[in-house]
Design a protein. Structure first.
Length: 276
C-alpha cells in the first residue's frame, strides 16, 4: 500500500512539474512576442522608421481584419488565399512523405536498393527547388500540379535523407538478437528497423514541413490567382507593405499550427520512447 502511495505521489509531483514548465514556457513566449511588438510599435510611432516602409503592428492588425471581408488589393478574401495555399503546400508535402520516407527506409535497409537508387538521388539532391520551375512549367503548365511538384522537390530530400540515416542507426544488437530467434529480414525491417528510425523520420518530416511552407511564395509565382504567396506578390507590386506583412504573419501562424499538429503526431507514434 505504501509503495502504491509513493508511486501516486511521484506521479502527482511529475504532473505538477510538467504543468509548471508549460506555464513558464507560455509566459516567456508571450512576454517575448509582446516585447517585440512593443518595440516595433514604439519605433514606428516615434518616427525612427517611416510607416510607409514598416507599418506599425496596429496597422497590420487593422489590415488583417480588413482582409477577412474584403478582396482588395489581390482580388480574394483572406480565407480564399489561405485555402489555396494549404492545397498547394499540403499536396506537395504529403506526396513527399508518402514517397520519400519509404524510399529512404528501403535504401537504408537493403544494400542493392541503395546502390541502385542512391546515384540518381545524389544527382537530384543538390538542385535547388527553384531551378525546377522552368521544367515544371514545360511538363505541367502552371496549375495546381505544377506548384505542388515544386513543393514536393523541396520536401522530398529531407524525408529521404533522415529516413535513410534513421534506419542505418538501428542497433546491430537488436538485429542480431532478432536473427538469432529466426526472424526473417522483412520482419526485422518492419518491427525493429522502422520503429528505431521513427525519431529521425519525424525530424526529417519537420524539416520538410518548414521547407514546404517557405517555398510556397516561389511556387505561387506560377500564374497564381489566389494564395498567400500571390497576396504577398500583389502587395509588393502595389507598394503595400502592410499586405506583405499580413501574408507573412499568416504563413508563420499556419506553419506554427502545422508544426504543433506534427509534434502531437510525433508524441503519439513515439509514446513508447517518450514515456520510457
Amino acid at each position: 500500500m505504501n509503495e502504491k502511495q509513493n508511486l501516486e505521489a511521484k506521479l502527482q509531483s511529475w504532473n505538477q512539474k510538467q504543468k509548471k514548465e508549460t506555464m513558464e514556457y507560455v509566459f516567456l513566449s508571450a512576454a517575448g512576442i509582446f516585447t517585440v511588438l512593443f518595440v516595433w510599435q514604439a519605433v514606428v510611432i516615434t518616427g525612427m522608421v517611416n510607416e510607409r516602409v514598416l507599418p506599425a503592428p496596429t496597422t497590420i492588425l487593422e489590415t488583417l481584419i480588413y482582409k477577412f471581408g474584403n478582396k482588395a488589393p489581390d482580388g480574394n478574401v483572406l480565407s480564399v488565399n489561405v485555402l489555396a495555399s494549404l492545397q498547394v503546400a499540403l499536396s506537395g508535402f504529403l506526396s513527399a512523405i508518402v514517397i520519400g520516407v519509404p524510399l529512404g527506409l528501403v535504401m537504408g535497409w537493403w544494400t542493392y536498393a541503395d546502390r541502385f537508387i542512391r546515384p540518381i538521388f545524389e544527382l537530384v539532391r543538390p538542385v535547388p527547388p527553384i531551378a525546377w520551375i522552368p521544367l515544371v512549367v514545360v511538363w505541367m503548365g502552371v496549375g495546381l500540379k505544377a506548384k505542388a511538384l515544386i513543393i514536393f522537390f523541396t520536401a522530398f530530400v529531407p524525408c529521404v535523407i533522415n529516413s535513410y540515416t534513421g534506419i542505418k542507426l538501428t542497433s546491430k544488437t537488436l538485429i542480431d538478437v532478432s536473427r538469432t530467434f529466426g526472424a526473417p529480414n522483412y520482419e526485422i525491417f518492419w518491427k525493429v528497423g522502422v520503429p528505431s528510425a521513427l525519431p529521425m523520420v519525424f525530424a526529417g518530416i519537420r524539416v520538410a514541413l518548414g521547407n514546404s511552407w517557405s517555398t510556397l511564395v516561389a511556387a505561387e509565382m506560377l500564374a497564381a490567382s489566389a494564395g498567400l504567396g500571390y497576396m504577398i506578390q500583389i502587395g509588393r507590386t502595389v507598394a503595400r507593405p502592410d499586405i506583405v506583412i499580413v501574408g507573412m504573419v499568416v504563413i508563420g501562424a499556419i506553419g506554427a499550427v502545422l508544426s504543433l499538429i506534427l509534434s502531437r503526431a510525433e508524441k503519439y507514434f513515439l509514446r513508447w520512447k517518450v514515456n520510457r
